[in-house]
Design a protein around this ligand. Structure first.
Ligand SMILES: [Fe+2]
Length: 430
């Protein structure tokens, strides 16, 4: 039975993050659109409150609406991000007041509701969904911060240094493993049900591809050689004029990158971030490899050959601690490869959770036996669309919003997200 105090603490933790990200800038900045592919931060803020109102206050709690009149403005399906600044949005002051009112009511609902009652309330699922939703928007808001121009406003200590030198590949043996989950209480519909998947033997890189490795691809003319790129990838590379990861710029004979308003030389052993799927795929081809498929990634992350079962996380079943993974915006950059030996999988694959989202070469579909819950717009409407899957979360992802089964998806051209990758290859011929 889920503990109400824990649920309340998770809601409060998410809100502290939202407050930090929205108080870091002034009101003019909150209402500004920093990029046509992102919402103004004030939209995210009120949208987080609106979803909480819809699911916790109205649905689980059966309470009267706080502001039914604004539902349409904050419905992500009604207005594209590009159009959101033109809407009569709540001002920063109104948005703060609104999310506070909703939160008071949601806490009151939590106080009174039975967590063994309706399917939506069972194990605190709806509360978990709202915690994850707010944390996901906190990551989106962090991505908006990365796109905004001007002086730095966010501070965080540097990530830990590498403890071990991690190189090379890990052989994942052929065989069936359990993918997805039936038991994770806050898992979303697209992570369910648990099902057996056979995976042929394959090699996967022990660590994500680093800045230093990626710089070699650039130096080798990787962006000028159509043969490394898929047809669509090359067309996009040409049209978008891609020459390096987003936020990279030439610095003498090397590269610098800008993170949250600060520019410095790239750190060679840090996982590369802000690459699109097509760039990841081109690098892998150039390296004589390929991207892992989604089942391969999940098997590398969860399969324990000693027991034959799938773990919740690479290191075991216990929730992430600071020694396991770079999560939760504690650091505003990926950690160098080798910084989290305690987070490795039983087979010795490192930094699968945290640091950078990893593109995998799979499209977004429901698992066999998929059942939509609690609403179609969560996952189902995206199945079969022009999306590629990303796994494992980034330094910007909260522990509440990622696990071994968690599935993220985005358009293959996107790179404002904290996206990197690692490579794999077939092992059939060894
Ligand atoms: Fe949302």
């Amino acid at each position: 039975m889920t503990d109400k105090n824990k649920v309340a603490a998770e809601l409060e933790r998410a809100r502290r993050r939202t407050v930090l990200l929205t108080e870091a800038v002034d009101d003019a900045d909150l209402v500004r659109q920093h990029s046509p592919i992102m919402s103004p931060l004030v939209w995210d803020l009120a949208h987080v409150g609106n979803q909480e109102e819809l699911w916790l206050v109205r649905d689980v709690g059966g309470r009267e609406p706080v502001r039914r009149d604004i539902d349409e403005l904050y419905d992500a399906f009604k207005h594209s991000r590009r159009d959101r600044t033109a809407l009569p949005l709540l001002s920063p002051q109104e948005a703060r007041k609104y999310v506070g009112q909703v939160r008071d009511k949601a806490m009151d609902v939590l106080d009174r509701v039975r967590l063994d009652g309706s399917r939506l309330a069972a194990d605190g699922f709806a509360f978990g969904m709202i915690v994850q939703h707010e944390q996901q928007h906190d990551e989106t808001m962090l991505a908006t911060h990365q796109l905004r121009l001007g002086a730095p406003v966010l501070e965080a200590p540097a990530p830990p240094r590498a403890i071990n030198k991690i190189t090379g590949e890990v052989l994942v043996p052929a065989g069936s493993f359990t993918m997805g989950t039936d038991t994770e209480p806050w898992a979303l519909d697209n992570e369910r049900p648990a099902h057996a998947v056979h995976v042929d033997a394959f090699y996967i890189d022990a660590a994500p591809t680093t800045n230093g490795e990626y710089a070699q691809f650039i130096a080798a003319g990787g962006y000028d050689e159509p043969r490394w790129w898929s047809e669509r990838g090359w067309a996009h590379r040409q049209e978008a004029g891609l020459t390096a990861p987003q936020h990279w710029q030439r610095d003498g004979d090397g590269w610098a990158y800008t993170q949250f308003g600060r520019t410095q030389r790239i750190i060679d052993d840090e996982p590369v971030v802000h690459v699109c799927f097509f760039e990841a795929q081109a690098y892998a081809t150039w390296a004589g490899k390929r991207l892992p498929t989604e089942p391969e990634w999940e098997k590398a992350a969860r399969f324990d050959p000693a027991t034959g079962r799938s773990r919740r996380y690479p290191w075991g079943d216990e929730p992430p601690e600071t020694r396991h993974a770079n999560l939760g915006q504690r650091h505003l950059a990926p950690a160098p490869v080798g910084a989290y030996p305690d987070g490795a999988s039983p087979l010795g694959v490192h930094q699968l959770i945290g640091d950078v989202w990893e593109w995998v070469d799979s499209d977004f579909y429901g698992y066999p036996g998929f059942s939509m819950f609690p609403y179609e717009e969560y996952s189902q409407v995206f199945f079969g669309g022009d999306y590629k899957i990303l796994r494992g979360g980034s330094f910007g992802t909260d522990a509440a919003a990622v696990r071994g089964t968690f599935r993220n998806w985005d358009h293959p051209i996107r790179r404002q997200i904290f996206s990197g990758f690692r490579c794999a290859r077939d092992a059939a011929d060894v």
